[in-house]
Design a protein around this ligand. Structure first.
Ligand SMILES: Nc1ncnc2c1ncn2[C@@H]1O[C@H](COP(=O)(O)OP(=O)(O)OP(=O)(O)O)[C@@H](O)[C@H]1O
Ligand SMILES: [Mg+2]
Length: 253
């Protein structure tokens, strides 16, 4: 196969030029980073698990009418996606206090919030992805007021879908981050969920035990990250072995 053109290599994924114009191939790496790259490791199998889980969530969102960049999974580590103009924001939805919010406000990790809270960070590694008010986003032209209204309602729908799906497998969705992209359909801009949805960008706690099953396991040295992600994938029924070694159908008489 001819060598593909590299578009971008990030901390967790690589984008290559896709087979058709307007598409990319998204390759999921095994690299794990935290604290904006300060802590790094290679977690064998993470890329395979995240590729499957991101596929699972993007397909699910598509099925309930939330557009995403996902086209199809190509293999264990790659999926075909639509090329989008990424809005340079991390869109964060929080159901329970944790991470930077708990720290900033002196709240206990896991404290329930009065309602889901949507917040935005400006995507800039050099600045450490600082939290920005909507006012800045509109004033600097990163997105319009209409975009922001659409992004908030989309983020809340994604939250309902993810919370419900996770709760169904005994997992509490504490918070998550998504990225939104713009695509052009015959001159009309449309917003879609892009990047990835995986335990790399969510906080997931077991409903019964409170055990963490997300990237905090790596950030806080709480154990084996691949085991935690495997557990999430197993509960969702998307463990690669389930899929690749599915028994052949047998005739029942
Ligand atoms: N459909 C898409 N079209 C174009 N770019 C995309 C799409 N989906 C995701 N991206 C971008 O691809 C990159 C994915 O790589 P990765 O997540 O490893 O980057 P990163 O190191 O986290 O850096 P960044 O701070 O840019 O996210 C991100 O920059 C993301 O914004
Ligand atoms: Mg990223």
């Amino acid at each position: 196969m001819a060598r593909r053109k590299l578009i971008y290599e990030g901390k967790a994924k690589i984008l290559y030029e896709g087979p058709e114009p307007g598409t990319y191939v998204q390759y999921f790496k095994d690299d794990a980073t935290a604290g904006n790259g300060a802590k790094k490791d290679v977690i064998e199998g993470k890329g395979v698990l995240n590729n499957r889980m991101s596929e699972f969530f993007m397909v699910g969102l598509g099925n309930i009418g939330i557009p995403t960049h996902f086209i199809r999974r190509i293999n264990m580590r790659e999926q075909l996606i639509r090329q989008v103009e990424i809005i340079p924001l991390e869109v964060i939805v929080r159901n329970f206090a944790a991470g930077s919010m708990a720290k900033r406000l002196g709240m206990e990790e896991g404290a329930a919030l009065p309602r889901p809270i949507v917040e935005f960070s400006y995507k800039d590694d050099k600045l450490g992805d600082p939290l920005v008010p909507e006012e800045y986003i509109i004033a600097f032209g990163w997105a319009s007021q209409q975009d922001m209204d659409d992004i908030v309602s989309m983020a809340l729908r994604v939250n309902d879908f993810l919370s419900g799906t996770m709760y169904g497998v005994g997992i509490k969705l504490i918070d998550f981050k998504i990225e939104i992209g713009r695509i052009w359909d015959n001159e009309f801009p449309r917003l879609v969920v892009a990047d990835e949805i995986s335990p790399d960008c969510c906080r997931l706690w077991d409903v019964e035990t409170g055990q963490k099953l997300d990237k905090d396991v790596f950030r806080q040295d709480l154990g084996n990250l691949a085991d935690a992600y495997t557990e999430v994938a197993r509960r969702l029924g998307v463990l690669p072995s389930n899929v690749t070694h599915r028994p052949k159908p047998t005739l029942i008489n």
